[in-house]
Design a protein around this ligand. Structure first.
Ligand SMILES: Nc1ncnc2c1ncn2[C@@H]1O[C@H](COP(=O)(O)OP(=O)(O)OP(=O)(O)O)[C@@H](O)[C@H]1O
Length: 235
């Protein structure tokens, strides 16, 4: 069995403008992992995600990616950002949002292929957004918007997806569907889920990382009452 981690962070430290936000972080993500990330506001969860996505360079330490046991410069990672970071006035339709998830795979001087458009249609159907393809994102409900963004994260069949608070603004019924869908996706794709809802993380994730200036990893969700009390009282 291939036990090479898809993503490996070794002794990572970093932050912004000389201010260190995360110190000495070690973390390995394997192909079928479902890691739940929890921690207090300002603890560094989004900073960690930015580093994994390659958007923020660590001040020190190493981030390595592997595919089928071989080290590679990058892997495909789908990202669902926090809802409040999206500009809802941006004039873009549901179809275009999902299609934009394929931008990296598109040849610079060629239009999207028929197969890529078919991939977008399949993803829109999977997200339950049929009939809303042409609707501008400013005219979507919070839940529809989250589904469009999840579609964008998934349309390229990435090796991993990172979801930052995905169940904000979605109703219970869709939340259930979302987690059932994530379970299915997890058979082919590693999942990193950031959530303030500890019950959700304990229920759906396979392992937990607590992030507050550094990272404490727990290999399963069978955490003791003491561990929870020690780490979560400040969340
Ligand atoms: N672009 C930035 N420039 C400077 N400081 C930043 C920047 N982004 C975040 N920070 C600071 O880094 C620290 C960690 O922020 P981060 O957004 O990673 O925390 P978080 O755990 O994701 O918080 P939340 O749960 O509120 O989303 C905070 O003190 C924050 O103010």
């Amino acid at each position: 069995m291939d036990r090479q981690p898809l993503i490996k962070l070794s002794r990572i430290s970093g932050g912004y403008e000389g201010k260190i936000v995360l110190r000495n972080v070690n973390l390995e993500i394997y192909p079928n992992d479902f890691l739940g990330i929890i921690g207090p506001n300002g603890g560094g969860k989004t900073t960690l995600i930015k580093m994994i996505l390659g958007l923020l360079k660590p001040a020190s330490g190493d981030i390595a990616y592997s595919l089928q046991g071989k080290r590679t410069n990058e892997i495909s990672i789908g990202y669902l950002p926090q809802y409040n970071t999206i500009d809802k006035k941006f004039p873009i339709s549901v179809y275009e949002v999902v299609l934009s998830g394929l931008n990296k795979q598109k040849s610079l001087f060629r239009p999207f292929t028929t197969e890529q458009h078919a991939q977008v249609q399949r993803t829109i159907a999977r997200m339950g957004l049929q009939g809303l393809e042409k609707r501008a994102i400013g005219q979507l409900s919070g839940g529809q918007m989250q589904r469009a963004l999840l579609g964008r994260a998934l349309v390229s069949n990435p090796q991993a997806i990172i979801l930052d608070e995905p169940d904000t603004y979605i109703d219970k019924q869709f939340a259930q569907k979302l987690y059932a869908l994530l379970e299915e996706i997890n058979r082919e794709c590693a999942i990193i889920l950031v959530s303030h809802d500890i019950a959700t993380v304990l229920h759906h994730a396979k392992s937990i990382a607590f992030v507050n200036g550094t990272l404490h990893y727990h290999p399963d969700t069978q955490v003791s009452q003491e561990w929870l009390e020690e780490h979560l009282t400040s969340v």
